[in-house]
Design a protein around this ligand. Structure first.
Ligand SMILES: [Zn+2]
Length: 319
């Protein structure tokens, strides 16, 4: 992987802009200056699924920080989780969060699933979905539909940029219960006001199992939020499920599916039920899966073991 002799970890540090001097070591100054603009691979990964063309988009990565408590909120189990991360070459004190929206081009329409943290996040190294969509050759006005898995800020805030719709021609689609939950809060967040309430007239609200667009179906996956929906994409015999945040953490949610939950999961009992069922379906049907917060590019397969699952990353393919 390291043509230039930079390890992936060092490259990630460069990208994050933190500790650049320390991370560069013997690198030339020119590379150190050029590195922060665009992550490795330009921030998108395009591949075919049946007849469709899919593009994973990196919204960026957070600076390294503690994985816990958010990535495993069961306090009593955290020492076990930390050990499992270390066994998998992950330092729990240097956890880097990813955010991975996905574009589906069916040939007839372009559907964007989630929108990232919005351009207000750029100073924190996130909010790059729009930039990476453009780098992939797609204009924001070309997007026909935007689907939101749920109402958290890291998924909806990219819907607007400087107060204007980022995707001016897109119809907006979201689960009905989820939309109603967020927009009827007594004190909605600024992001909910700007992106959900403010764009009310452009939303189409769905029930679970309904189609988002031909080939894309909303799948009820409650627990992270009450109305969370994953997305099933099917073309010919090929299938992929974008888990949204129902996927949890790519190591811990899969290794401890009967107990593990995130700090941001709103209903820990429900989210466990959802994950066991969803992971089981993905493993049984040998689906490609994408986790919104999995490690970039966040795509792979699930392998079922006795009472848990393993994530098998899909390999980059340059063709
Ligand atoms: Zn999220």
């Amino acid at each position: 992987m390291a043509k230039s002799g930079i390890s992936r970890r060092d490259a990630l540090k460069l990208v994050g802009g933190a500790g650049v001097a320390a991370a560069t070591g013997g690198l030339s100054l020119g590379l150190a200056q050029a590195a922060p603009a665009t992550p490795n691979g330009a921030g998108f990964y395009r591949f075919k699924l049946g007849e469709y063309t899919l593009t994973l988009l990196s919204d960026g990565q957070t600076a390294p920080g503690n994985a816990f408590p958010n990535q495993g909120a069961n306090a009593a189990e955290q020492p076990k989780y930390e050990q499992f991360m270390r066994d998998n070459f992950q330092d729990p004190t240097k956890f880097v969060n990813n955010f991975i929206p996905m574009l589906v081009d069916t040939g007839r329409s372009k559907i964007l699933i989630d929108t990232g943290n919005g351009i207000g996040g750029l100073s924190r190294g996130v909010g790059r979905t729009l930039q990476h969509l453009q780098a992939s050759g797609v204009k924001p006005e070309d997007i026909n539909t935007v689907f939101l898995t749920h109402g958290h800020g890291d998924h909806i805030t990219g819907l607007t940029s400087d107060g204007k719709p980022t995707y001016p021609n897109a119809r907006l689609v979201m689960g009905e219960a989820e939309y109603n939950f967020w927009t009827t809060q007594a004190n909605p967040s600024d992001s909910v006001k700007a992106n959900l309430i403010g764009l009310k007239d452009r939303f189409t609200l769905l029930k679970a199992g309904e189609g988002i667009a031909p080939g894309l179906t909303a799948v009820a996956t409650p627990g992270h939020t009450a109305g969370h929906m994953a997305v099933m994409v099917a073309s010919g015999n090929a299938g992929l499920m974008h888990f949204g945040d129902a996927g949890g953490h790519f190591l811990l949610s899969l290794r401890y599916p009967n107990e593990h939950y995130l700090g941001f999961d709103s209903d820990k009992e429900q989210v466990v039920k959802t994950r066991v069922q969803m992971f089981g379906k993905a493993a049984d049907e040998k689906l490609l899966v994408v986790g919104y917060h999995y490690f970039w590019p966040g795509m792979g397969y699930l392998r079922k073991k006795d009472n848990y699952f393993e994530f098998v990353p899909a390999f980059f393919n340059f063709s």
